[in-house]
Design a protein around this ligand. Structure first.
Ligand SMILES: NCc1[nH]cc(CCC(=O)O)c1CC(=O)O
Length: 309
């Protein structure tokens, strides 16, 4: 039977869903059909902070639970940390580049941006880290899909923009980045660059099919990053960043997790790291969250801030 893959209609969602559909066909020989689902988030032009966590996700989940589709592909970083009742992340495919990218007019790098350059970005996490650089840069709110953001840059509204390199790459525009930013300067969102392939928990047969797409290292990394996020009890718009990398250690693969918390104005920046085994990924994330809290993470959280001063 043909598997129905529910997807949003945006170019990024279509690119992600098409990639996963191709992988399912190739690895399992199953037929996959794309079914477009319109979400509230796609229809609204309100800032993402106002729309709240998971607006892009709930319509797909409703369709899954209603049996209109069999599985869905999400940008993992857009998934709320709370598990969805009746659903399961059946596969976490190999992650793309998790880093943020700078796209600057004139091909400039971050260091080359002149004083008072306007840097467009939507996420508080990125605004905070731009501010934390201690440079005379202006972080300016920017919303829209990847193509819209790149167009606004080209039209001269900004000197540079910061966005996920993975999103650009999935649209075939990764080469337009003028710098892929070092996580030391711009630690990405938890689970950035990763996809979550979700299906109904009781669909045991499909879960087995989709398991062929699962990448153990990516799943462990994302598990650690999201455990950190969940433990700090923050929504997607809170300035929390995390990146886990897996490296071969003496006793097998090891996870290296970095986490950071910022005040929106960048005046408070706390960066810590921890290592552990893949099996302990979630505990590594929770432990690092506790470390961050002990070092004063709560000073940055829950602070109301006007992004348009
Ligand atoms: N914030 C929205 C969003 N959700 C997923 C991506 C693409 C990158 C990814 O899959 O993590 C983006 C664009 C961006 O952050 O620039």
């Amino acid at each position: 039977m043909t598997l129905r893959l529910g997807t949003r209609g945006s170019a990024l969602a279509m690119a992600q869903s098409t990639t996963v559909a191709d992988a399912v066909r190739e690895r399992t020989g199953r037929d996959v059909e794309l079914v477009e689902i319109v979400t509230h988030g796609d229809r609204s032009s309100a800032p993402i902070q106002q729309l709240g966590v998971g607006v892009f996700v709930s319509a797909l989940r409703d369709a899954l639970l209603a049996g209109q589709i069999d599985f869905a592909v999400h940008s993992y970083k857009d998934l709320p940390t709370a598990p969805a009742k009746g659903l399961v992340v059946a596969a976490v495919p190999t992650r793309q580049d998790p880093r943020d990218a700078l796209v600057a007019r004139g091909g400039l790098t971050l260091n080359e941006l002149p004083d008072d350059a306007r840097v467009g970005t939507g996420a508080l996490r990125r605004i905070a880290q731009i501010n934390a650089l201690g440079r005379r840069l202006h972080a300016v709110p920017l919303r829209g899909n990847v193509d819209t953001r790149l167009r606004k840059l080209a039209e001269g509204e900004f000197d540079a923009i910061v966005l996920a390199h993975a999103g650009m790459s999935r649209l075939g525009r990764g080469g337009e980045a003028t710098e892929v930013l070092d996580p030391l300067l711009m630690l990405p969102a938890p689970a950035q660059g990763a996809l979550a392939v979700e299906c109904r928990e009781d669909d045991v047969e499909l879960r087995e099919v989709l398991a062929a797409l699962d990448d153990e290292y990516t799943r462990a990394a994302v598990t650690a990053e999201r455990a950190l996020l969940a433990e700090l009890e923050a929504g997607c718009s809170a300035p929390i960043a995390a990146l886990a990398e897996v490296a071969e250690g003496d006793e097998g693969p090891e996870i290296y997790l970095r986490g950071a918390v910022f005040s929106p104005d960048g005046g408070f920046a706390l960066r810590l790291s921890r290592t552990g085994t893949l099996a302990d990924a979630a505990e590594v994330g929770r432990a690092l969250a506790r470390d961050l809290r002990e070092e004063g993470a709560d000073n940055a959280l829950g602070v109301q801030h006007d992004p348009h001063p």
